[in-house]
Ligand binder design. Sequence first.
Ligand code: EPZ
Length: 422
Amino acid sequence: MAKFLVQKCGPLNGEVVISGAKNAVLPLMAAGILAEEECIIRDVPDLRDVMVMKEILRSLGTEVEEVEESVLRVQTRTVKTNEADYELVSKMRASFLIMGPLLARTGSAKVYSPGGCSIGKRPIDLHLKGFRALGAEVVIEDKYIEAKAGKDGLIGADIYLDFPSVGATENIMTAAVLAKGTTIIENAAKEPEIVDLANFLNKMGARIKGAGTDIIKIEGVEKLKGASHTVVPDRIEAGTYMLAAAITRGQILIKNIVPDHVKPITAKLRECGVRIEMTDEGMYVIADENPHMVATDIKTLPYPGFPTDIQSPFMAFLTTAEGESTVIETVFENRFMHVAELNRMGANIKTEGNKAVINGGKNLEGAQVIATDLRAGAAMVLAGLVAEGTTEIAEIYHIERGYEKFIEKFKALGANIFKIVS
Ligand code: EPZ
């Protein structure tokens, strides 16, 4: 089993270039199902999840090839089957994002129902509510979800999302682009990845307005054409490296970052005493001037609130900030599994329901810990950078799913991190 070994290192210094966003590239690739012509997607990160999405698209009959490093050609001349392969789809929850495009392109789709995961039940009721509102008949079999458009195809509708679900907004948007008439999504998710997908779809000839606000209007069109697009930078990867500078009291220049997309992280780090400057080169995160970082309070919310995906990495940093911090997780129901792992390293964190109280300023000790999800894995690496001795992190496949060149980028900043296979 592969593990990461992380040893205490001094302040991280240097620069890091942020990759294209995992949570943008996956819906963008799925949207390639919607057009017969070729789509070119640039800044595609080299991730296991991207590899899985490539295989799923190929199983449907889509041509997917890497024309050069980080550039994919995606072309769906015809859809060979509208039933996604169970083995492939069961490897990654985000595979469900092919449902909307498949339904729009062929009028039917049969996809393995994504289960929950360690951070929560991850229901898909809002996705199905959207498909039904567009006139599709949706049948839930034991492991599969099957959706079939009505005899006149999908019909535009007004859809209210009880929660601004990212995936549901993406699936409904990609289903509605070829529907007859207009679709309004109310209480839509506003994440930058939603805007990136809408921009790509509009380049393909879709007519989407309001992406990035809570009301998205989609006027259905007959057909979409090919387009080319560059994936938006990964704000969660960027936040992870901002925290790497903060927790090690170093100084890192972060390149290929959209400052607006990390505003909540910037604001909170400034409250703790980190200096953050935006320059033409990128974002300087300067934490080597103020060794006494102070506590703050975090509450995760849908965008533009504090991102749930940065909650665990930020908590790792808060264990080193003097005073009592609180973290409230409002997006997922079970996203504190990293707390027990951090406490094994000497942190003093107590949880009660969706609230964690961190009594910071303690020195951490290296320990054997596990990555309980993608972002918690990154949190354990951050903690390992400042813990005395060596920290051994198991279940690191989570991390490799979502962070491109993770080891290389950290080593280039001066981190002592190694991958071992035992
Ligand atoms: C996306 O997941 C991201 N994944 C997640 O990133 C991210 O944490 C999440 O958005 C929130 O920002 C991808 O984009 C591939 P949601 P998604 O639907 O779409 C409830 C990472 O680490 N909900 O916005 O699954 C749900 O239970 C991953 O990169 C319903 O109730 O998130 C949850 O509590 C982790 N019914 C909340 O909404 C539904 O039909 C947020 O889920 C759908 C969701």
